[in-house]
Structure formats: structure tokens, C-alpha cells
Design a protein around this ligand. Structure first.
Ligand code: NOJ
Length: 594
């Protein structure tokens, strides 16, 4: 027995290690999970810390069959384009069977592909294409709620003693009204009375998105089985939709007395959240080499380690909305400053030690376009500001998530009337607030021009042909931004000065620079309103990122007698090196090696 063991050690282990090394150097530039390497400042190296992620919203990416709706074959046809950017992981927004009350975030069948998007074999082809290009793909796990058209709910609503009744959250009326005063994200009460039994079911989102009852172990195991189904197919992990909401206080209290209108914060207070996620980790995640990112709606920044500290065995990282949500309260826009954004990055950094990891994102399918939101989308500054923002995205501390089209500098859509929107959130708030006379229609639209989720959902602009080459149909499901003739992928690929090529360069620099991934973070000038200057330091390697976040030229004296060092990358022509004062044009961004 002993001899057999020695033989295995002597002969098999080196072979396994050799195979692994070959895999990591020749094919897989990222650190594998199993490797126990740590960095000079104490981070454990993991592939998902080093990865750059690209989010695809399938409905709007590329239509292959001319029905005006993006689909899986369309994505497969553009994998070289995505790979060309240098990204490692694709996050695919929901592609499951859905009646589309909330564009796929209402799932009718977790093991079936949405008919408009194609078939399971199209999915397999897509995944194969992703793997062939040495990329990975994570899927959206939407299990706080399902569609009301899911077979479970169809059963559940039939009678109080149906075997599926406890798959959802049912309560009798309280004093003839809803069981509590919770509200839905999509306007109105979070409870809906169902005629079959006269009881109410909970829906934190649309009426067609009933909340699943995680108290029921059968529900939890159904979810784990679904996860295994996709992981066994080869998916590399999950982005988990509104994950902090899965546990609910079973007494369903009304909003607390000090409630400030932020209902997400209340919904994220469920007492068993960590038990559930740890169970999910034990049952599923720990058995695979995967990446997990929780959409931590309602979560507070200081509580981040509770979900991501690796010693707790919950998630790898979470999305929080302090930055992207800085200028809005629901659909209302409010003023913001870069100083506030900078302060948030520092708070993240202070809240997380080497055992926790973060995400960096400036947009997604629930937010406006990054260049319109945080940059300047006027013809003069669109290019420079989109590149400056790409610099932040790829040099802040955390795994960066690029949203489709941001690499082209796609802008917000010039919405003028309610009929142009698709989003259920917009339509429901229109009914609840504008049609009831509480809010002026023009005022509402003016806010949505800055805040609507639909800005990011307009189709990808591939070329200058009709509908931006997104579809051959006369009409896309959501109108293409009229600027597609100037802003499109074909133009970007041929123009060496494009935002796309700049993204490629920063991604490339990040990949070969561990300090930009794992390095310690320091904001050098937090009070400065328009200059963002920070360092990333790993052992002896130190990088300075300096950005002018305004359109004015600025002669900026680096703090603390610092000199700029050697230029690693810049978004404009500026070439100064080793100087104490940098002359930055509007939206100029530079990365220096110190
Ligand atoms: C968060 C998703 O990102 C959003 O698009 C969706 O509407 C809600 N969760 C409900 O699933």
C-alpha cells in the first residue's frame, strides 16, 4: 500500500503538476484556484481576481435570425470580437425560458433556453466557442423569485394544501389588507391577492415575479440542483441576482420607524442569509472551481466582508451600488461629485482586507451608459472621457466588469416620450406616479433621460448599416441609438485611436502588471474635485494613475513631492515623464510606473 502511494507520488504527481503548469502558461494565463500562491501583500491568487469580465445582455447583443431580438447564435458569431478585447470571462444575463415580464429576470423554466434566444444546442455551441477561445462563462442565477408562469407557482397558487404551496410566500390578509406595508421595486405593494385562495403572495419585484420561499429546504435543494445542472454543463460560476433578499424575517414586520424610503436595505436584513449561502457553498460551490458574484442589492458597504471574506465560505465578491447609484433615488436624478465617488472607493478599500475581494463596475443593464453617466458624451470629449473611465474601471481594486457597448463608448438614448421605453420599472412608475397626477410627465421623462435602465439596453451598434447591423429585421425590439453611424464596432476596430483599442491596451497592461490587480490602494488627493490621483503598490512595484475628470486643462502638481515616473499608458498625446507637475488636458488619463 505504502509502496503504491510512493509510486503515485514519484510518478503521477509531477505529471499532474506538469499538465497543470502547461495549462496555466500555454493556455490559461490566470492563476488557478487550486494554486496556493499568495502575493507580497498577502492576497491569495485566484483566477477570478485576475479576470476581466464582459457582460452580455443577450436580447440586445446580436440578432442572428432577423426577428429583431438578440440571440445565442448571435453571441457565438461575435466571440472573436469579445476575445479580441482581451477579456477572460463572459457574464451572460438570463437566457432561460421566460415570459419576459422583466426581460428574462422572471424565469419560467430554469433548464430551458428562451425560445427567442435559441435552443439548448445553441447554448452548448456558445459555451464550446467560449472554451475554445480560453474564456470562461458565468450565468445569471435568479432565485429570489421565479416567473408566476413557472410550474411551481402554477401549482402553488391552486390551493392552500397543494404540495408546492410552500415554494412561495403566502400570507392571509391583515385587517382586510396586505400582510405588511412593503413595496415592490416596480411600484405598488409587494403583495398581490390571488383569487384562488384569497391569500397574498410576496413579490419584491413585479407581480409576475413571486418570491421563492427559501425557508423551505425543498426550494433550496431545487436551486442547488439547477446550479449543478449548469455547472455540470461547463458553466464557470454565477452572478446571483438580488441575493441578499433570499432570507426573510418570517414575522414580516412593517417598515421600521426610521425607514428612509430605501426598501432594499430592509429587504436585505433577512436573518438566515448567511446560513443559506454557506449551505449553497457546501452543497454546490465548494465542489467546483467557479466564480461567484452576488448582486448585493440593499447591502451596506461596511458589511461587505460578511458575504465575501474567504474564511466564511460564502461568495467571491459582490456588486454594490454606491458608485453607480450615486446620482439617483429610484428614477429621480440627483447631483453628485467626483469627490463623493472617490470617497466611496476609499471606504471600500478600508472595509476589505486581504481576505475579501471586490468588483469594479461603472455600468450594467440596470444603469445608464457609462460615458453619459460619469463622462462627457459631447463630440469633443466622448472619446477621452470614455477612455478615462475605462482607466478607472481597470485600475481600481477589484475584478472589473465591462458592460457590452461601453468598449465602443455607446451613449444614452435621446428618449423623449414614454412610448419609447420598454422597462417595466419605467412603465409601472409612469402609471403609479404620472397617470395619478403626482408627477409631471415632462419632469419624469427628463429624469429618465439620465437615469433609465433602457439606455444600456438599446442594441449593440455593430456597423453603419440599418439598425446598426444588430438585426436584419425592419425594427429591433428596442430602438437602436441614432448615433450608430458614427459609433459602431466596425469603425472602432479599424480606428487605432478608438475606445475599443484603448480598452485592449489597458486590459493588456493590467494583465501583465500584478500591482494593478493585487496592489494596495491609496488615494493621493481625496479632496480634489476634478483630479483623481491614486497609487497601486505591490512590493517594490508602484503605479500612479492620474486622471483629469473635467474638460478644463489642469496643471497638476503631484502631492508629496512625487514625480510622475515612467509613462505606461495614456489616453491622449501627453508624454511627460519624471516631472512633479503634469499638464493634463480635459479628461486626460495617464498610468505611470513610479
Ligand atoms: C436585478 C436585475 O439586475 C434587474 O435587471 C432585475 O430587474 C431585478 N434584479 C429583478 O430580478
Amino acid at each position: 500500500m505504502r509502496t503504491l502511494y510512493s509510486l503515485i507520488v514519484v510518478f503521477a504527481v509531477p505529471l499532474i503538476l506538469a499538465a497543470r503548469t502547461e495549462k496555466t502558461t500555454a493556455m490559461e494565463p490566470l492563476s488557478p484556484n487550486s494554486q496556493n500562491d499568495s502575493t507580497a501583500n498577502g492576497y491569495q491568487k485566484k483566477w477570478w481576481k485576475e479576470a476581466v469580465v464582459y457582460q452580455i445582455y443577450p436580447r440586445s447583443f446580436k440578432d442572428s435570425n432577423g426577428d429583431g431580438i438578440g440571440d445565442l447564435k448571435g453571441i457565438t458569431s461575435q466571440l472573436d470580437y469579445i476575445k479580441g478585447l482581451g477579456v477572460d470571462v463572459i457574464w451572460l444575463s438570463p437566457m432561460y425560458d421566460s415570459p419576459n415580464a422583466d426581460n428574462g429576470y422572471d424565469i419560467r423554466d430554469y433548464r430551458k433556453i428562451m425560445t427567442e434566444f435559441g435552443t439548448m444546442s445553441d447554448f452548448d455551441e456558445l459555451l464550446k466557442g467560449v472554451k475554445q477561445r480560453k474564456m470562461k462563462m458565468i450565468l445569471d442565477l435568479v432565485v429570489n423569485h421565479s416567473s408566476d408562469e413557472h410550474a411551481w407557482f402554477a401549482e402553488s397558487r391552486k390551493s392552500k394544501d397543494n404540495p408546492y404551496r410552500d415554494y412561495y410566500i403566502w400570507r392571509p390578509a391583515k385587517n382586510g389588507k396586505e400582510p405588511n406595508n412593503w413595496v415592490s421595486y416596480f411600484s405598488g405593494p409587494a403583495w398581490k391577492k390571488d383569487p384562488a385562495t384569497g391569500e397574498y403572495y410576496l413579490h419584491l419585484f413585479a407581480e409576475k415575479q413571486p418570491d421563492l420561499n427559501w425557508e423551505n429546504p425543498k426550494v433550496r435543494h431545487e436551486v442547488y440542483d439547477i446550479m449543478k445542472f449548469w455547472l455540470d454543463k461547463g458553466a464557470d460560476g454565477f452572478r446571483m441576482d438580488v441575493i441578499p433578499f433570499i432570507s426573510k424575517d418570517q414575522s414580516f414586520p412593517d417598515f421600521p420607524k426610521d425607514y428612509d424610503g430605501n426598501f432594499g436595505k430592509v429587504y436585505a436584513l433577512g436573518p438566515k442569509l448567511h446560513d443559506y449561502i454557506q449551505e449553497m457553498n457546501r452543497e454546490v460551490l465548494s465542489k467546483y472551481d467557479v466564480m461567484t458574484v452576488g448582486e448585493a442589492a440593499g447591502w451596506t458597504l461596511e458589511k461587505t466582508p460578511l458575504l465575501v471574506d474567504e474564511r466564511r465560505n460564502e461568495l467571491n465578491m459582490i456588486f454594490q451600488f454606491d458608485v453607480v447609484g450615486i446620482d439617483r433615488q429610484r428614477w429621480r436624478w440627483k447631483p453628485w461629485t467626483w469627490r463623493d465617488v472617490k470617497a466611496i472607493y476609499t471606504r471600500y478599500d478600508k472595509a476589505l482586507d486581504v481576505h475579501s475581494w471586490n468588483t469594479v463596475f461603472l455600468s450594467n443593464h440596470d444603469n445608464p451608459r457609462v460615458v453619459s453617466h460619469f463622462g462627457d458624451d459631447s463630440p469633443l470629449f466622448r472619446l477621452a472621457s470614455a477612455k478615462a473611465l475605462a482607466t478607472i474601471l481597470l485600475t481600481q481594486k477589484g475584478t472589473p466588469f465591462i458592460y457590452q457597448g461601453d468598449e465602443l463608448g455607446m451613449t444614452n438614448y435621446p428618449f423623449t416620450k414614454i412610448e419609447e421605453f420598454d422597462d417595466i420599472e419605467v412603465k409601472n412608475a409612469w402609471k403609479a406616479e404620472v397617470l395619478t397626477g403626482q408627477v409631471d410627465a415632462a419632469d419624469y421623462i427628463a429624469h429618465l433621460r439620465k437615469t433609465s435602465r433602457d439606455h444600456s439596453r438599446t442594441p449593440m451598434q455593430w456597423d453603419s448599416s440599418p439598425n446598426g447591423g444588430f438585426t436584419t429585421a425592419a425594427k429591433a425590439w428596442l430602438a437602436v441609438n441614432p448615433n450608430y453611424k458614427e459609433i459602431n464596432a466596425k469603425q472602432a476596430l479599424t480606428d487605432p485611436n478608438s475606445i475599443y483599442h484603448y480598452f485592449r491596451s489597458v486590459i493588456e497592461l493590467r494583465k501583465k502588471t500584478p500591482a494593478l490587480i493585487y496592489g494596495d490602494y491609496a488615494d493621493l488627493d481625496p479632496r480634489n474635485a476634478s483630479i483623481f490621483a491614486y497609487t497601486r503598490t505591490l512590493g517594490a512595484d508602484k503605479y500612479l494613475v492620474v486622471l483629469n475628470l473635467s474638460k478644463e486643462n489642469v496643471a497638476y502638481t503631484l502631492p508629496g513631492a512625487l514625480k510622475a515616473g515612467q509613462l505606461a499608458l495614456s489616453n491622449l498625446e501627453g508624454k511627460e515623464e519624471n516631472v512633479p507637475v503634469v499638464n493634463l488636458k480635459g479628461w486626460e488619463a495617464r498610468i505611470y510606473k513610479l
